[in-house]
Design a protein around this ligand. Structure first.
Ligand code: NAD
Length: 450
């Protein structure tokens, strides 16, 4: 099939490359001319495991091309996927101006039947507006269909997720559109849910809301664990073994970030408000997530007291492992606060440092975790990259000014860290009291009774 993908970001590039790899002829378009010229020259603008090989293979085979020429992209395709960004307008509402802009172009340029598929995450009724806009801008009454095919891939495992989805959702209003999309996905073994466009749009919002609700739920439990001396890791392990609940997205930590959850939840709350439903549950999810950021700052201040002049080493900058994406990454908010308070910040991330340098030039970027730890008063783990799982903490302890470790992702074992002499602060972890601390407490209580 001949496919155009409009918007060559994380979703567009993965979608285009994977469809090309399935044997389709794909042209990816973007209005960022620099990005397209890099892609044409063979270099990827983002990091995503496994994408590089597929990209090179299909580009060389002539199945994957890149352009800024809208006319050429529309003319050469039967199916047009819209994968442009739908960021937060600033008030929680989704900014659909890029969707409108590309829809106008498609309408004015098409000269024969097109299936226009929204893959970007959009509020319900966007499909209706896309159809209206195409009709308004199409000069010669060309036939077309609008469909919704939401994307569920996760950054960090995007290629794997795209090729092996849990389900494929097809929102259509005509048998012709359904048939084309079924054919496009015929080699996938996942269940196909065929529904109307509005329901497909809602499925994406409902899915992301549910996943973020699980994260905020376990973070709320972590807060209670800390207050009663329980261990959230054990609680979540046992809760997650219930098949009705499942273990995914039940890891307590500094809260969710990224380009999707925060904006999608905000947009869903706004949409619900608009249609007259006060989505209190999702508002609480947002508030608990904000609370986790405050928790982090509170723990660091509790350990260091005054931040001015102190050195804080940050391990991990990307909003999650496996990506260089920094959008809404908790690390950014933290670094901004630490610098504002006069702290010195050192940081290391296996993939996201180049992008962070542009945003935070005052941070000292390190070549590895050990350099980050050197002379730090506190080390804060923000992203659970695999390489952080096997660090030599005995060495790290000798490098640090004070052995204080704030583990924002519960990657380490409190007992082991304490044994090594670290003051370990996890999220909702049972505090282990060392022998020295016990002696201090015992002496204090003895003194009080005299
Ligand atoms: N990133 C994810 O993990 C993910 C997963 C599922 C769904 N989504 C959704 O997919 C959509 C795209 O997300 P993304 O992360 O790929 O965004 P992105 O910012 O990485 O990519 C969007 C691309 O669209 C291009 N663009 C913007 N306006 C354009 C225009 N008028 N004409 C042509 N190109 C234009 C941008 O230059 C950019 O390259 C969003 O709606 C997002 O919510 C994202």
């Amino acid at each position: 099939m001949k496919i155009a993908v409009i918007g060559t970001g994380y979703v567009g590039l993965v979608t285009g490359t994977c469809f090309a790899n399935l044997g389709h002829q794909v042209i990816c378009l973007d209005n960022d001319a620099e990005k397209i010229s890099h892609l044409k020259a063979g270099s990827l603008p983002l990091y995503e495991p496994g994408l590089g090989e597929l990209f090179q293979k299909n580009k060389t085979a002539g199945r994957l091309d890149f352009t800024t020429d809208f006319k050429a992209a529309v003319a050469s395709s039967e199916v047009i996927f819209i994968t442009v960004g739908t960021p937060d307008k600033g008030n929680g509402e989704a900014d659909l101006s890029a969707i409108e802009a590309v829809t106008k172009q498609i309408g004015s340029l098409m000269t024969q039947y097109k299936l226009v598929v929204e893959k970007s995450t959009v509020p319900v009724e966007t499909g209706k507006w896309i159809e209206y806009t195409i009709r308004l801008n199409s000069q010669n009454r060309v036939q077309f269909d609008v469909a919704s095919n939401p994307e569920f891939l996760r950054e960090g495992s995007a290629v794997e997720d795209f090729m092996n989805p849990d389900r494929i959702v097809i929102g259509v209003e005509s048998p012709r559109a359904e048939q084309i999309l079924r054919e496009l996905y015929c080699s996938f073994s996942a269940p196909v849910i065929v529904t109307d466009v509005r329901s497909a749009e809602l499925i994406k919002h409902a899915s992301n809301s549910f996943l973020s609700m699980k994260i905020s739920f376990i973070n709320a439990i972590a807060n209670i664990c800390e207050r009663v001396g329980a261990d959230v890791v054990k609680v979540s392990e046992a809760v997650g073994l219930d098949r009705r609940i499942g273990k995914d997205f039940l890891n307590a930590g500094v809260g969710f970030g990224g380009s999707c959850f925060p904006k999608d939840i905000a947009a869903f709350i706004r949409l619900a408000d608009k249609v007259g439903y006060d989505f209190k549950l999702l508002k609480a999810v947002e508030e608990i997530n904000r609370g986790q950021r405050r928790w982090l700052v509170h723990k660091i201040e509790n350990a260091l007291w005054i931040l001015e002049g102190k050195t804080i080493g940050i391990l991990g900058l990307a909003f999650k492992p496996g990506t260089d994406d920094l959008r809404n990454a908790p690390s950014l908010e933290l670094m901004e606060y630490l610098l504002k308070e006069g702290g010195r910040v050192k940081a290391y991330d296996p993939q996201a440092m180049e992008k962070t340098k542009k945003l935070f030039p005052a941070v000292k970027y390190c070549s590895d975790p050990y350099e980050t730890a050197r002379d730090s008063d506190c080390l804060v783990l923000m992203t659970e990259w695999d390489e952080f799982k096997k660090l030599d903490f005995k060495m790290i302890k000798t490098l640090m000014k004070q052995p204080i470790l704030v583990d924002g992702r519960n990657l380490y074992q409190p007992f082991e860290m304490n044994q090594m002499g670290f003051q370990y602060i996890g999220v909702g972890r049972k505090q282990v009291v060392t022998k020295d601390q016990r002696i201090v407490e015992w002496t204090k209580s003895l003194y009080n009774t005299l």
